[in-house]
Write a protein that binds this ligand. Structure first.
Ligand code: FES
Ligand SMILES: [Fe+2]
Length: 416
């Protein structure tokens, strides 16, 4: 991707830069403001939602690009638009509900009306009342509509940017990530299964790191190890790191997991062999979405992750709220040709992730407990050296190289 480099910050990255993360990237409000300007509100493409969430003419859904509220709509011709959820009159939000369906958008404050493309089409009392008041002669409605973002639909998802300087979408994401998106779209028309949202009192980048460090899953997530879903001696996820984006090819089929007595399993202290599931379909993967038997997940900088767990694909939207708070919005989906059995299985497996998920609840807990500790020691650094030992020619998931790659790209854009 190409993102224009701007002035360097006053902040100094620690010595051993590639292998250390300074505490202040999680705690400094000025750094956060700079991140929003250069990342989310800058020349990047951001996740907004799935096109199947607005299936009909007039469907709309409220979302976020960084700190800014946006709305995606479907117009009369079936085209999707993304507009800023900010009334050009006096700055009120137009859409207060999360989603809806209507013939246009009305601002609640003074009822300025916009069509589904964001054009201003009505101003109450535009001509005043009894020949007095009103807007001046020559007020140009055409020039005062909602701010329209550049948008693209790819992989069944809607992407948008506030920036005129952002490169074309294809160039921003690159060939590998495009292929991952097209793989999702190639599976068929999506069918929305559900959404969940949770606010975390932690810096937004912690999720980026969390999903780039695969081996924590073998140590923190007892559920995965107990039911043979993930293990440190599995083939590494074939991570493809390119700057601040990644894709990862993940095998989760039980038959490739082999013997639970393997050496790596002994490293997992929390592993219990006496756990039982009442419903094996919660973790069963005998039905595959792709004939080749693997899932490709990805992170698209700066705001989204696509992480298919078993039979439940989901987009994870990372919405920063402040330097120490963010919201995660999960959107779970299946495909139009799913039979009832598969739909139900996807819903069961959605219990893996989300606010109370068997797996991600632990991630969220760790991040939220880490933030105050990091805040109280913001002058201290974190260590990201895992993966530098042993035979460097061998591939392994016991590495933090993807986190190092993220911060290399991060520092380049931030100028640290
Ligand atoms: S602020 Fe929207 S109509 Fe006045
Ligand atoms: Fe995790």
């Amino acid at each position: 991707m190409t993102v224009q480099r701007k002035i360097a910050s006053q902040r100094n990255w620690p010595d051993h830069g590639e292998f250390r993360i300074p505490g202040w990237v999680y705690t400094d409000p000025e750094v956060f403001t700079m991140e929003m300007e250069r990342f989310h509100h800058g020349p990047t493409w951001n996740y907004v939602g799935l096109s199947c969430e607005i299936p009909d003419v007039g469907s709309w859904k409220r979302s976020s690009v960084g700190l800014k509220s946006v709305v995606m709509t479907r117009d009369k011709a079936g085209n999707i638009h993304v507009v800023e959820n900010r009334c050009p009159h006096r700055g009120a939000p137009i859409c207060w509900e999360l989603q809806g369906k209507s013939t246009g958008l009305n601002c609640p404050y003074h009822q300025w009306r916009f069509n589904l493309r964001g054009d201003l089409i009505g101003v109450p009392f535009e001509k005043g009342f009894n020949s007095a008041g009103g807007m001046p002669e020559g007020f140009d409605k055409a020039a005062n509509g909602l701010l329209k973002l550049r948008s693209e639909v790819r992989g069944g998802a809607v992407w948008a940017t506030f920036s005129d300087e952002a490169p074309p979408f294809e160039e921003f994401v690159g060939a590998d990530l495009l292929a991952a998106l097209d793989r999702i779209a190639g599976r068929g028309e999506m069918r929305l299964l559900g959404t969940s949202r949770q606010i975390y009192k932690a810096n937004w980048k912690m999720w980026i790191e969390n999903a780039r460090d695969n081996y924590h899953a073998t140590l923190l997530h007892t559920f995965l190890t107990a039911f043979k879903l993930f293990r440190a001696d599995l083939p590494p996820p074939e991570l493809n790191i390119f700057g601040v984006h990644t894709t990862g090819k993940v095998y989760t089929r039980p038959e490739v997991l082999g013997d639970l007595e393997a050496d790596a399993a002994q490293e997992m202290k929390s592993l219990r062999k006496d756990y039982k599931l009442h419903d094996w379909e919660t973790v069963d993967t005998d039905r595959y979405d792709y004939e080749d038997g693997y899932n490709i997940g990805f992170q698209m900088f700066p705001s989204s992750m696509y992480q298919p767990h078993l039979n439940v694909p989901s987009f994870r939207h990372i919405v920063p709220l402040s330097v120490d708070e963010h919201e995660i919005r999960w959107t779970f989906f299946g495909f139009e040709d799913d039979d009832d059995e598969l739909s139900e299985r996807r819903l069961k497996q959605a219990n893996m992730v989300g606010p109370a998920g068997f797996v991600t609840a632990e991630d969220g807990e760790v991040l939220v407990r880490s933030q105050p500790v990091i805040t109280s020691s913001a002058d201290r650094d974190q260590i990201i050296e895992m993966g530098l030992g042993g035979d460097q020619s061998l591939d392994t998931m016991i590495t933090e190289k993807a986190i190092r790659a993220f911060y290399t790209g991060y520092r380049d854009i931030m100028g640290f």
